[in-house]
Design a protein around this ligand. Structure first.
Ligand SMILES: O=C(O)CCC(=O)C(=O)O
Length: 107
């Protein structure tokens, strides 16, 4: 789990979360200010409002083919941003020996 804090004017560059480090299925909980998130798969681009206390999940094509990012600006849709904190949950991709060890331990 990673915690990000965005003060007004801060964002995050559009990206796909590291494919070699994380499995499919990423969930992000928004706390504090609402914010707009860009979803981009050229030539398409969409913008979604992440309301406070909402959850966004990326799975399959949304996780691997679309980039997500937040523009570095101080307001969205005419509404001033406050501080936003996000909690992003990702499942680490484990090397095969580690996976086998965990599987044996859970028997
Ligand atoms: O703040 C968010 O909801 C997304 C965070 C994110 O994309 C990241 O940490 O890679």
């Amino acid at each position: 789990m990673i915690v990000n804090e965005y003060v007004p004017g801060q964002g995050i560059f559009p990206h796909v979360d590291d494919v070699s480090s994380f499995e499919d299925g990423i969930v992000s909980l928004s706390l504090g200010s609402a914010i707009c998130m860009d979803l981009i798969k050229k030539p398409e681009a969409r913008e979604g409002l992440l309301k406070r206390r909402s959850v966004i999940a990326f799975h399959g094509k949304a996780r691997y083919e679309w980039r997500h990012g937040i523009r570095a600006r101080k307001e969205d849709r005419g509404v001033k941003r406050g501080t936003r904190v996000s909690l992003t949950f990702r499942k680490m991709r484990l090397p095969e020996p580690e996976k086998q060890k965990l599987a044996e331990e859970s028997k």
